[in-house]
Design a protein around this ligand. Structure first.
Ligand code: G3P
Ligand code: CA
Length: 302
């Protein structure tokens, strides 16, 4: 994979000698995750790109939301009209229904990173959250393109829910999902500014066949692959996105020697950021981009 000749292979080449700061679901420590406001905060905090999660609605629209249910990050459970729709799966709601939900008001009471209690998120900030909407992928990509920014689009595995139940009976198939995501990325002129990742590696295989110019990343969690280099070669990806608890210093060295970028998630503690930087990672996916940016700047790596 070294000796890059295509945009996919060359995606990380202009960033050699730097470490990317990647805002996880936007700057989700200081704004409701996966909203345009969270993206805006990530941009303001110096992130090189933001990461977002994509799923399909019941009527086949791509929306930016992490969980396979709407309960945690919207007001769906308190809405009388949806009282009999539990567990409120994204794949059972239409785009119109999803767009009618409040995706920001939950943050204040949940205070997911203690930023309300600590004052990191102020009353003025909080006033902006109620009424935020779940973005469509198109809206998220339009924001990215309008700001000359970059994005890591993660396609969630829509064939199975977190509770083990099967996904929607109307699931159109892996190829159709990937095709729709690629069309949206292309429509916004972001093919060379985006990285596509997924835990469902079949999505990556489809993307590799459909769009040679798009950078792809293998997401892995929980169990370290026996041979991360072989995995990345097999998938044809230019980046490896491991959970911070399964990546090793030797993996980072081996992958980077092969020209594969290593972007670790989710790295929120300063000591961990410094350790992974010392290991030679190419990027840090973090809920605290401002902290990350500060360290990278101090080290001349931003
Ligand atoms: O892409 C890195 C990370 O976002 C993957 O895990 O659960 O936060 O989407 P998750
Ligand atoms: Ca994600």
């Amino acid at each position: 994979m070294s000796g890059a000749t295509t945009p996919r292979e060359g995606y990380f080449a202009p960033r050699a000698g730097r470490v990317l700061c990647i805002a996880h679901r936007g700057a989700r420590s200081v704004a409701p995750e996966n909203t345009i406001l969270a993206a805006q905060r990530g941009l303001e905090e110096g992130a090189d790109l933001w990461e977002l999660d994509v799923q399909l609605t019941a009527d086949g629209h791509l929306v930016v939301v992490h969980d396979d249910t709407l309960e945690r990050t919207t007001d769906v459970a308190s809405r009388p009209e949806y009282a009999n729709r539990a567990p409120w799966r994204v794949c059972d709601f239409t785009l119109d229904e999803v767009r009618g939900l409040d995706a920001g008001g939950w943050y204040h009471a949940a205070d997911p990173f203690g930023q309300v209690a600590s004052g990191g998120v102020t009353a003025d900030d909080l006033a902006l959250f109620p009424g935020l909407r779940i973005p469509t992928l198109d809206e998220a990509l339009a924001f990215t393109a309008d700001h000359g920014w970059r994005v890591n689009v993660e396609i969630k595995d829509m064939t199975v829910n977190a509770d083990g139940s099967p996904g929607s009976p109307t699931y159109p198939g892996d190829a159709a999902v990937v095709r729709a995501v690629l069309e949206s990325i292309r429509a916004h002129g972001l093919t060379e500014q985006a990285i596509l990742s997924s835990f469902r590696h079949d999505y990556l295989r489809h993307a590799a066949a459909m769009e040679p110019a798009l950078a792809l990343a293998a997401l892995v969690e929980d169990v370290r692959p026996a041979d991360p280099v072989a995995l990345c070669r097999d998938l044809g990806v230019v980046a490896y996105h491991p959970g911070d608890d399964i990546v090793t210093e030797a993996d980072v060295a081996a992958l980077r020697a092969m020209g594969v970028a290593v972007n670790v998630w989710t790295v929120n503690e300063e000591a961990d950021m410094r350790r992974f930087i010392d290991w030679g990672v190419s990027g840090l996916i973090t809920d605290f981009p401002l902290l990350c940016w500060g360290i990278l700047r101090e080290k001349g790596l931003a």
